[in-house]
Write a protein that binds this ligand. Structure first.
Ligand SMILES: Nc1ncnc2c1ncn2[C@@H]1O[C@H](COP(=O)(O)OP(=O)(O)OP(=O)(O)O)[C@@H](O)[C@H]1O
Ligand SMILES: [Mg+2]
Length: 431
């Protein structure tokens, strides 16, 4: 292992150094960190000629990177932006970060969102949010649904088509929904994704397989209301949080529920790429209702389902979970985003956080601090020490700071926010 990447050595050096002052926040890192924000920028690198027409829809804009850097620097750290391309290993060696804030979608392959975490693990560099396996699983919607089904979590009946000619399973009832198994930001989803008979099914599946060069995921079409749920925290989040009061007794923050109402939009019943690209208040855009007008019972059900979905695939610290009601009104999981969009004021997670009183700065710093704590870069705050699930405390090469068995007090999530309705969204920004 390269000594310059050892947090143990760094932490010791830091504690001995008299020069630098720690950032003015709690809990205190031993000294300011060098943070590399890693992302794929829109239009930075060319795509191969056979890439799908909407390739790169998930990539970030410079404004998002800058917003994240501004927040991290406002906490006293040094930042740099590194593009997630083949030059990344050299750039990491040059900058020598203490930790990376990872939002990179990756450039291709069957687990592109896991590429940067895999590289960082190979180079023994700490990074934020989910690790390699969870990022690979969450990109693959079929694998994710197999795990959820195995855990007894409700999701629509489904089948993966590799050639597009496989016979349809007996439990698949029309209308069905056909989408690429490994894309995001609505890529490959439109009104044509809803298929009503064999002919439409075969046509759409063949298009997905040809255009995206990956299997088509066929699911029963969930005709009910659609919600998106933020997930932030983990069992021991309060031990390392700058704002421990954000987390409930289970260690997770309670976000407001966002409903996405597409019924008056250009694509009723489908929140696909076309709607995700539309700006606020333009004709044809979706309505975003925060908090959703639903019963407290349903809100709690959705919250619990989102956390269970996050934990089932081993996601860490942050994610966004999409859920729809079936025709009987039962919530069913659609998919999970372990690298949710982070554009301030635009991305769903940032918006629902703000509406519930968790400002963008705190959202970003919580993700940074929770990530840092898993690599031994932060000491646990004694008052909040609680036992953690084994998987959550794993680091690349260090056990997290040992935790005592003392339980923290029960803390309540943020107060409910008055109802707000938003129309439309984001020009080219990631949901
Ligand atoms: N089984 C389904 N039944 C009904 N609608 C569905 C189903 N699966 C997907 N959709 C619709 O298609 C949209 C996009 O699907 P999905 O969330 O899987 O794609 P995505 O590209 O990963 O989205 P994101 O932008 O959240 O990453 C959903 O928000 C929903 O409106
Ligand atoms: Mg989605």
């Amino acid at each position: 292992m390269d000594a310059k990447y050892s947090p143990v050595l760094r932490l010791q050096e830091e504690e001995e150094s008299e020069g630098d002052q720690p950032p003015p926040s709690k809990p205190h890192p031993a000294r300011p960190w060098r943070v590399a924000v890693i992302a794929n920028l829109k239009e930075a690198d060319p795509f191969s000629p056979d890439a799908p027409g909407d390739a790169g829809a998930e990539f970030d804009k410079p404004e998002t990177i800058q917003a994240i850097r501004d927040v991290i620097e406002s906490d006293g750290h040094t930042t740099v932006f590194l593009q997630a391309n083949t030059n990344l290993p050299n750039a990491l060696r040059d900058f020598c970060p203490d930790i990376c804030f990872n939002i990179a979608e990756g450039q291709g392959g069957d687990a592109r969102e896991a590429q940067v975490p895999a590289l960082l693990e190979m180079m023994s560099i700490p990074y934020t949010a989910s690790r390699v396996l969870a990022n690979a699983i969450s990109l693959d919607k079929t694998m994710t649904k197999r795990i959820w089904r195995d855990c007894g979590l409700l999701t629509a009946p489904f089948q993966e088509l590799i050639t597009g000619r496989e016979p349809l399973q007996a439990d698949m009832n029309f209308p069905l929904f056909v989408k690429p198994s490994r894309e995001g930001t609505g890529m490959g989803t439109s009104l044509k994704s809803i298929v009503h008979d064999e002919l439409e099914l075969r046509r759409q599946a063949a298009w997905v397989i040809r255009e995206y060069k990956q299997p088509a995921l066929v699911e029963e079409y969930l005709s009910g209301r659609e919600f998106t749920m933020g997930v932030l925290g983990r069992t021991d989040a309060r031990c390392y949080s700058r704002r421990p009061e954000l987390y409930g007794a289970d260690g997770f923050h309670r976000f407001l529920v966002q409903e996405i109402d597409t019924s008056h939009s250009a694509t009723p019943g489908v929140y696909g790429l076309k709607l995700k690209k539309l700006d606020y208040d333009v004709p044809g855009s979706a309505d975003f209702i925060i908090p959703a007008r639903i019963s407290e019972v349903l809100a709690q059900q959705l919250q619990q389902l989102a956390v269970q979905a996050h934990q089932a695939i081993g996601a860490l610290d942050v994610s966004r979970v999409d859920i729809r009601l079936d025709r009987e009104g039962k919530p069913r999981l659609i998919e999970i985003n372990t690298l949710p969009g982070m554009s301030p004021g635009f991305s769903d997670l940032a918006v629902i956080a703000e509406r519930g009183g968790l400002i963008y700065r705190d959202l970003i710093l919580e993700i940074l601090y929770l990530g840092a704590s898993r690599f031994g870069l932060l000491a646990a705050q004694e008052n909040f020490s609680i036992p953690v699930r084994r998987r959550e405390m794993v680091s690349v090469r260090l056990p997290a700071t040992p935790l005592s068995r003392q339980h923290a007090h029960t803390l309540h999530a943020t107060a409910p926010h008055p109802r707000r309705m938003l129309r439309g969204k984001r020009a080219g920004l990631k949901s």
